[in-house]
Design a protein around this ligand. Structure first.
Ligand code: GLU
Length: 368
């Protein structure tokens, strides 16, 4: 799938592009990337940016003589650098940017996952550019995703992106590290990520970021398995971006392994345990089956089982026939209080309204 068809993309930009000299941010490469992001948005493609650079951008503000840097020093650097990095991006755009800081735990926990998903959707619907990074100042090793390549893949899965663009300091994957092996060949397309592909990636080759080619392949592996095309492009070369805008190939493209819908379907149907049942009326049944609509409280007749917000539920029709499986934005307790209500009445009854939909259409799979 090429640029013209991208509805939503995630772009990952590494520390080597944000703070090339590892002392504060530089606009050297960011200007071109910002221009590309603006062009994507003008063409109607929603963009989520995953930006590294907090540690590198804050490095010169904290005195540190130790090697390797202790975790508390890196966390202090990240605290300084994160705001520097956000400021650098913000000055390049004439639209709002929003900071989202995540840890691995946030993406594992279903409730927090849903909140992240809702926040990102709301930001995109309001034409705000979400800028995501790992919450480096609070996350210790076991809480971390660890590198922003893998974080970007997880974010791409959360926002249901069409493509993941990983900006590197090299134009994609080579048969060997071209900095060490001069006759290494560039690979334009990867149909399947095999162990040979992993072997080509070797280890990290850059001193500034944590990643390297290996984490980029891991990210491509995760994203393509979830139905998302992944590109590793050279973020230092303006041509990589103009080629993409012209619909031409750029960098290395990893082809998605399945349709995006079936990836989510697979996840919903097989990975998520069903915690309860929600019975809907004939109107909601038709809206779900024929219009691809979300499930609203107004169409719900009753519910059974004990489920929490974020749990998967079975949705059944007027004859108790199974219709769909989806993730509920409300607990069973909350739902019993809002059955049959219009979305606008929910806040008056519960005191809050986390979502207008009980099950959002993106979190719902119809059963045949
Ligand atoms: N989150 C780290 C930072 O902002 C970078 C991690 C990475 O480079 O992959 O400094």
């Amino acid at each position: 799938m090429a640029f013209a068809f991208w509805r939503r993309i995630v772009i990952k930009v590494g520390s080597a592009l944000i703070a090339p000299s590892a002392s504060g941010c530089s606009t050297r490469y960011l200007l071109t990337i910002a221009h590309f992001i603006a062009q994507c948005r003008l063409a109607g493609t929603e963009v989520v940016l995953v930006s590294s650079g907090s540690v590198a951008a804050g490095r010169n503000a904290i005195v540190a003589k130790q090697h390797p840097l202790p975790i508390n020093i890196k966390q202090a650097m990240a605290a300084v650098g994160q705001s520097r990095m956000m400021a650098s991006w913000s000055q390049l755009f004439d639209f709002d940017c929003a900071q989202i800081l995540l840890t691995h735990d946030d993406l594992q926990d279903r409730r927090r996952y849903l909140n992240i998903d809702n926040t990102l959707r709301t930001l995109l619907a309001n034409q705000v550019l979400p800028i995501v990074n790992e919450n480096d100042s609070v996350a210790t090793a076991e809480l971390k995703v660890g590198d922003n390549d893998n974080l970007a893949a997880l974010v791409a899965i959360v926002v249901d992106a069409d493509a993941l663009l990983i900006c590197s300091d090299i134009d994609g994957l080579y048969t060997a590290n071209p900095r060490l092996v001069p006759d290494a060949c560039h690979i334009a397309e990867v149909a399947q990520i095999t162990k040979e592909i992993y072997a080509m990636a070797g280890g990290s080759h850059h001193a500034i970021g944590t990643g390297g080619m290996l984490t980029k392949i891991q990210a491509a592996d995760k994203a393509t398995k979830a139905g998302i095309d992944t590109l590793i492009i050279n973020g230092q070369d303006a041509n990589s971006f103009s080629r993409l805008l012209n619909g031409e190939p750029s960098g290395t493209r990893f082809i998605r392994q399945q349709e995006r819908l079936s990836a989510k379907k697979h996840w919903l149907l097989n990975s998520l345990k069903q915690h309860g049942t929600v019975h809907v009326d004939a109107g909601a049944c038709a809206a779900l089956q024929q219009k691809g609509a979300s499930l609203l409280a107004s169409g719900i007749v009753s519910c059974s089982g004990s489920f929490e917000k974020g749990d998967a539920v079975l949705i059944t029709g007027p004859q108790q026939q199974p219709l769909a499986k989806g993730i509920s934005q409300y607990s069973a307790y909350e739902l019993t209080k809002i059955l049959g209500l219009h979305s606008g009445q929910i806040a008056a009854v519960l005191g809050y309204c986390p979502s207008e939909e009980v099950v959002h259409r993106n979190d719902l799979v119809l059963l045949n």
